[in-house]
Design a protein around this ligand. Structure first.
Ligand code: ADP
Ligand code: ZN
Length: 732
């Protein structure tokens, strides 16, 4: 970049507040400031954080500018990072201050590091153990003894600060100053990795060549479940480390990271930096700084790790690239997969998108030659892909109030006799999806959301999966008042567990559902127990579809294969296919005598998605999906953007949205159509009514510019109205 990097006089500073949109001029401190330097500046009566974004305009009177209050003791953002944030802001139509906030989220960045006090375990458990104290000890244990800021620890444990101080007085915990930021241990790329199978070696060599270009490129690494994609992309990481550049691996679930960290350690002799919401603030601050100073070679993280200020990022791996958790749909709406490609293209880095079931977008991009494609077509070693079959529920009925068909039950018993494990997959958390009154039929919904309340028997409450609100299961129907007639309708994993306990009393079952684990560690322990063979039947939600290896698992039963097939969403078939293919892929991963078997319980065995799953002709399925998108001009053949408006008052938001739609001239000029306003996919959340407009435009149309123009001329919004722009929405 040919921008100057140092400003001796005035500086333009991007200020991190909601109210200021744009960039303000300040007087540089004596000695000047660097581009990207984080600073504290006065804003009215307040002091706020900001970043130096460029040179002051020059045509102002320096004497009238307010001076920068102080410099923050943190590495400046690189020009590359500034360009990434700017371009991502333009793409997602996000104001710069919000983008900056995402990049500087390590929360105590504006505290001098030496002043940070941290709490850690120092002695035996206290004599007097209260519930509150136990909660604190649990948080500490879950984080493997890492240090916490005192307030953070209290907050994580849900107790008052006094409880933490009490434990310090008792000698169980101690408070010290945080050590100076220390580099992460060096990973050694030249330790011997596992010997690769020929197709793995070929793919790894190809990625190695790509790394050596030191230029941007994206590769779709497609390999069937169990083909050993991880070993392949770890070789790309090794090459990146040899070049003395940094690598980032994004994973869709923190839960996955425990197993992954072990694999990294086995390959490179040390653990990578870790970044996700379960990492303490002190550790996040350390990683942030070390990334900027090139003192960490590999970071494994959730989507927000993409905003770490790496000094020289050479590789970004997006594992399970099709996973919907890469899409953030709140605050800034963005796809971490797509933004990884943007960041890499700015910084001359390689991207590896890994998946057994790629998104239609990536599949098409590979077909068009925008991405390269590498395929691993067989499982690693002697393991074969599982045999697939359906159980036609029209003919093989389950008993009333039961969900495991006689044939599936027989297969489970056969596995038990052979000392093997079975997995029952049902993508529904809780006990029952619906609680209804048998007298009047009324279903219990959330007071604030357009959603049914889901019974969770372990908590003995009804829970809203949208907003998290809970209430007791009522004795009397809230609608007709009849007592004792409230009934659970349909199965969730907890209810399935009840059926398993009744029908297979001699078998041990474990339920894996995200709401039942309060930390990644707890989940890791549960998975380790299953791996050690302490379970006969695993009952799980989509949590089990993602990447875990259970060596003794040879049977997968999909309880309701029809669950995701319906719905107007164009992506429904794709999602359903991905989920079932991934779940089925848990079976028979270790080879050995028994080939895995996956059985889909369905009322529609002839549905195209079920047939595609059974046939194993995945490429035909993707091609057909792609053709459907092309015929409809849908992404990636055309462009979509969603505008989501919300307000506590339904008529207010509907009227305003209709008014906006009437003025959509700038959109029509670029050949875009506007659909809606219509109720958003979830029409009410947290007592706010939501409507959505969908903008559909030709592929090359300047959608962002047109939306900006349109919204700039929008009528004044009613108080309390919220508007969000969702470029490339997930559901359409
Ligand atoms: P994928 O991510 O493609 O589903 P993994 O990378 O998890 O597959 O590999 C599946 C299993 O095969 C894992 O248990 C892994 O340790 C093992 N594996 C893969 N490649 C090798 C190899 N080259 N040598 C030994 N074991 C391997
Ligand atoms: Zn709710």
């Amino acid at each position: 970049m040919d921008r100057p990097l140092f400003f001796p006089h005035g500086a333009r500073i991007a200020v991190l507040t909601q109210e200021v949109v744009g960039i303000l001029d300040y007087l540089a401190p004596e000695g000047g400031v660097r581009l990207g330097q984080l600073v504290v500046v006065p804003l009215g009566p307040r002091r706020v954080m900001g970043a130096v974004w460029g040179e002051g305009a020059g045509d102002f009177d320096l004497a009238r500018l307010r001076p920068v209050a102080r410099l923050i003791d943190a590495p400046p953002l690189t020009p590359e990072m500034i360009e990434f944030l700017t371009r991502m802001g333009e793409y997602t139509l996000t104001p710069l201050p919000m983008m900056l906030r995402m990049a500087t989220r390590a929360p105590d960045l504006d505290q001098p590091p030496s002043a940070r006090r941290i709490i850690h375990r120092a002695g035996p458990e206290p004599e007097r153990m209260t519930d509150a104290r136990a909660a604190v000890m649990r948080v500490i244990a879950d984080h493997g003894g890492a240090g916490f800021a005192p307030a953070e620890l209290a907050q994580l444990a849900g107790v008052s600060a006094g409880v933490v101080q009490g434990l310090v007085k008792a000698g169980t915990l101690a408070e010290t100053l945080a050590p100076r930021d220390t580099p992460y241990p060096r990973l050694d790329p030249d330790l011997p990795g596992k010997p690769l199978a020929p197709d793995q070696a070929a793919a790894a060599a190809d990625l190695g060549d790509a790394m050596r270009t030191r230029a941007y490129g994206t590769t779709l690494l497609r390999g069937v479940t169990g083909s050993g994609k991880t070993e392949v992309y770890l070789e790309a990481v090794a090459e990146c480390l040899r070049q003395n550049r940094q690598a980032l691996v994004l994973l869709p679930e923190i839960a996955l990271s425990a197993e992954f960290l072990d694999r990294v350690e086995a390959r490179f002799g040390a653990r990578p930096g870790e970044w996700h919401s379960g990492v303490t603030r002190g550790e996040r601050r350390r990683l942030w700084t070390m990334a900027a100073q090139h003192h960490v070679g590999l970071v494994v993280g959730a989507r927000s790790a993409l905003f770490l200020p790496f000094a020289d990022l050479g590789l970004i791996v997006v594992d399970e690239e099709h996973d919907s958790s890469y899409k953030q749909e709140d605050g800034v709406y963005y796809s971490a997969r797509d933004m990884a490609v943007l960041r890499a293209s700015i910084g001359g880095a390689q991207v590896v998108l890994a998946s057994a079931t790629p998104s239609v977008e990536s599949w098409v991009n590979a077909g068009l030659g925008k991405y390269r494609r590498l395929d691993l077509r067989a499982r690693y070693g002697s393991a074969e892909l599982p045999e697939m079959g359906t159980i036609d529920l029209r003919h093989e009925e389950t008993e009333k109030g039961r969900w495991i068909s006689p044939r599936l039950a027989a297969e489970i018993r056969a596995r038990k006799e052979r000392g093997e494990q079975s997995l029952l997959f049902l993508n529904r958390r809780g006990y029952a999806p619906v609680t209804a009154c048998r007298a009047c039929g009324q279903q219990i919904g959330c007071d604030d959301c357009d959603a049914r309340m889901v019974e969770h028997r372990f908590q003995n409450r009804l829970v809203c999966h949208q907003c998290g609100a809970t209430k007791p299961i009522p004795v009397a129907c809230p609608s007709c008042g009849t007592e004792g007639k409230m009934t659970a309708v349909g199965p969730g994993v907890e209810r399935l567990a009840e059926e398993v306990a009744e029908r297979f009393p001699n078998m041990r079952a474990s339920v894996l559902s995200s709401d039942l684990f309060h930390s990644a560690r707890a989940l890791k322990d549960a998975i380790a127990e299953i791996g050690a063979g302490q379970t006969d039947i695993i009952i799980g939600t989509q949590l089990v579809a993602k990447g875990h290896n259970f060596p003794r698992l040879t049977l997968v039963g999909v309880i309701d294969a029809d669950l995701g097939l319906q719905g107007a969403d164009m992506r429904a078939a794709e999602r359903s296919f991905q989920l079932m293919r991934q779940v089925a892929g848990r079976a028979g991963r270790e080879g050995g005598e028994a080939r895995g078997l996956a059985l889909l319980q369905t009322y529609q065995p002839d549905h195209p998605v079920i047939r595609a799953i059974l046939s194993g002709q995945d490429e035909e399925f993707w091609d057909a999906e792609a053709a459907g998108r092309q015929a409809a001009g849908m992404p990636p053949f055309g462009r979509l953007a969603g505008i989501i408006l919300s307000h506590p008052d339904q008529p207010v938001v509907e009227d305003y949205a209709r008014e906006l739609a009437r003025r959509a001239e700038p959109l029509r000029t670029i050949g875009a159509e506007v659909f809606g306003p219509a109720p958003a996919p979830i029409a009410r959340i947290r007592a706010r009514y939501r409507v959505r407009m969908l903008i559909h435009a030709p592929r090359q149309a300047p959608v962002q510019a047109a939306i900006s123009q349109w919204l700039a001329r929008a009528p004044k919004a009613p108080a309390n109205l919220r508007l969000a722009v969702d470029i490339d929405p997930m559901s359409f």
